[in-house]
Design a binder for this molecule. Structure first.
Ligand SMILES: Cc1cc2nc3c(=O)[nH]c(=O)nc-3n(C[C@H](O)[C@H](O)[C@H](O)COP(=O)(O)O)c2cc1C
Ligand code: SF4
Length: 375
């Protein structure tokens, strides 16, 4: 069975180990979504920290699909030159990098105006985001499918090693998958075969645009953890179907913002049993698919990592918050220092990502300031 520092190949992309930096919005992109030197510096640090595969923060495929400020964009060709600088830098540091692409749907920062409402599968009020999206027409669905395909082609032309579709966490694809948000009565709503049609069309179009030999990954929920949301059976159906269609790897996550403490980035991971909180559900999916499974969510210790890999519960392990606090964590483990990640899962880094400098670990910074004062 595999160990963390074993190589793995995913559709021709050879990773030096089984670690993944899960997609993380950094708040470091330019106003218009361009890649900045700050972002390049951070990715370079992760590559030098021996992360096997870095996944960028979610990049919006069209302006009305932007979720947050200073989020990466991939909505036109003008984005490519700066992204080429990023991929070159990561490759020079012997790293591999994928870009995650998204349409945020109702979870978009675009204010709901009559001339530019947010989009969703159905006009269902979202009490967390306090708005009702416009139900997309079939024409808008088609347009969005093409937009994903064009964005994926840009990802390839910008020198990335892979593209990851964001199908989780309550964004547009995940909204289509969820019966709570998708009340359509046409071919995109109803049974899971229909609710997943939008995603399958995106996958097919993306595959066609990047070709058979370019790795296409997806981040999917094992479950939404809200009443009426995507359930385990639905998730299994989607994963199996994508596997048959030729997806190259599935990153298993879970939760939507309305799930609170059962969301994607859960707080209070204190003891070993709190770690890898999507493992039980992901394991069931792993048994039914042939493509590699990447597990994300609350992985904090080398012990948990090796347990996941050695038992074959997943093929790769993915982390976000631990690598915000310690970008060099994987290298540290490789060099024999196997201490648990210092991240305490307090989620204050979400707020930090809104600061002008972009994401940083609030706890680490406070600790450093305190130390300085004591000197
Ligand atoms: C600041 C921050 C930004 C995030 N941005 C993204 C994102 O852009 N795309 C995504 O799929 N998940 C995003 N996530 C979720 C993480 O990728 C990951 O699924 C979650 O944090 C659980 O993993 P962890 O326990 O290792 O942090 C973000 C998490 C944090 C803390
Ligand atoms: S602020 Fe730091 S300790 Fe808290 S979750 Fe973020 S990375 Fe972890």
């Amino acid at each position: 069975m595999a160990e963390l520092f074993d190589e793995i190949e995913i559709n021709g992309m050879v990773l030096k180990n089984r670690s993944v930096r899960s997609a993380t919005w950094t708040g470091m992109a330019g106003k218009d979504g361009r890649c900045t030197t700050r972002l390049i510096r951070l990715m370079d640090e992760l590559a030098r920290g021996d992360v096997g595969l870095i996944i960028t923060g979610f990049a919006y495929v069209m302006p009305n699909g932007q979720a947050l400020k200073n989020q990466l964009g991939i909505y036109n060709d003008a984005m490519i030159p700066d992204l080429l600088k990023l991929t070159k830098r990561v490759h020079a540091a012997n790293g591999k990098i994928a870009m995650q692409i998204v349409h945020a749907g109702v979870q978009s920062v675009v204010r709901q105006r009559r001339d530019a409402p947010t989009w969703g599968p159905s006009a269902v009020y979202d009490s967390l985001f306090r708005r009702t999206p416009k139900a997309m027409t079939q024409r808008e669905i088609k347009e969005t499918v093409h937009t994903f395909a064009r964005a994926a082609d840009r990802v390839k032309r910008a020198g990335f090693d892979a593209v990851e579709l964001h199908g989780a966490h309550g964004y547009l694809v995940s909204q289509f998958l969820s019966p709570a948000r998708n009340r359509r009565t046409d071919r995109y709503g109803g049974p899971i075969e229909n609710r997943a049609r939008f995603l399958f069309e995106i996958y097919r179009a993306v595959r066609k645009s990047v070709g058979r030999n370019f790795p296409v990954l997806i981040k999917l929920n094992t479950k939404d953890f809200v009443r009426g949301g995507l359930n385990q059976g639905d998730a299994l159906f989607v994963a199996k179907k994508l596997d048959e269609m030729g997806i190259d790897a599935i990153e298993m996550s879970g939760g939507v913002p309305a799930a609170g403490d059962l969301g994607p980035a859960r707080p209070k991971i204190r003891k070993a049993s709190d770690e890898a909180y999507f493992l039980p559900l992901a394991k069931k999916i792993k048994k039914k698919v042939s493509c590699p499974i990447i597990l994300v969510g609350g992985i904090r210790s080398y012990r948990a990592v090796n347990h996941i890999l050695k038992t074959g519960a997943a093929d790769l392990v993915s982390m976000s918050r631990p690598l915000i606090r310690e970008p060099g964590l994987i290298r540290q483990w490789k060099e024999g220092d196997r201490k648990k990640a210092k991240c305490i899962s307090c989620n204050q880094c979400f707020g930090a990502a809104r600061s002008p400098e972009g994401v940083y670990c609030v706890v680490e910074r406070l600790a450093k300031t305190r130390k300085k004062k004591q000197r």
